[in-house]
Design a protein around this ligand. Sequence first.
Ligand SMILES: Nc1ncnc2c1ncn2[C@@H]1O[C@H](COP(=O)(O)OP(=O)(O)OP(=O)(O)O)[C@@H](O)[C@H]1O
Ligand SMILES: [Mg+2]
Length: 243
Amino acid sequence: MRHSQPQSIGKITRTICTPKVETGKTSPEKQVKPIFVKQELWNRFCSEFQKLYGKPLIKTKEILGNLEVLFHYFLKDPAFFKCKNLITTLNEPSFDKGLLIIGDVGVGKTDNMKCFENIFQPINSFRFKSYNAKSLVREYEKCASPMDKDYFFKDKDRKQIFIDDIGSENNASNYGLFDVIGNIISDRYDKNQVTYITTNFATSANSVEETLSALGEKYGHRVYDRLFEMFNIVTFTGQSLRK
Ligand SMILES: Nc1ncnc2c1ncn2[C@@H]1O[C@H](COP(=O)(O)OP(=O)(O)OP(=O)(O)O)[C@@H](O)[C@H]1O
Ligand SMILES: [Mg+2]
């Protein structure tokens, strides 16, 4: 076992799901009912995780820190800006930006985001479709005609998408080399679309700056510069949960 002891459920619900206590009086017409409240989203997340992966969600302090930042982000809770896993020194965090999740291998980047994808699927404003960077390259390489390429890019032209594991893929080879992921990222920047991406730390020192520089080297300075405006930079910590 490489993870530390699970926390009690009471601690977890206090960490992520504390319902807001209403203080001042608000007139009924000004109250907007949220689509999700934290407690409900948390319950859905735990049961969806079990359903998808056939095992209960482990809830160590570190895992909760990783999840907390995502819950606050998706729920647009201002507590997001205070999360310890949110990097606030390199750019300005904002709910208008997407997420760049950086973490070590096996810490839950992919499976947690896919769990959110499933939960949010029926809700238009939350919905996002997930792709894997290497699979995108393979899919692009299969495009036999300009029409196929058009279709490929149209499919990624969605309000919100998640690209898992960027940085690990090669350039696509299809009548010349083509940087599929870098091009999707800069297209989405131009269209002001929200993107969620995950990547692994580039070095064993787990440095966010070095990881961003490595992405800059891979995708070029234009993409590197856009990362700061497009993404909230979030780190996932802890040890691999693979058993
Ligand atoms: N909170 C959790 N409770 C139980 N299992 C978990 C939890 N988070 C992740 N896992 C499991 O740990 C394994 C690794 O998770 P995942 O593949 O999401 O990691 P990752 O960060 O994407 O790793 P990589 O960088 O190698 O792609 C998976 O089997 C996943 O189901
Ligand atoms: Mg992964």
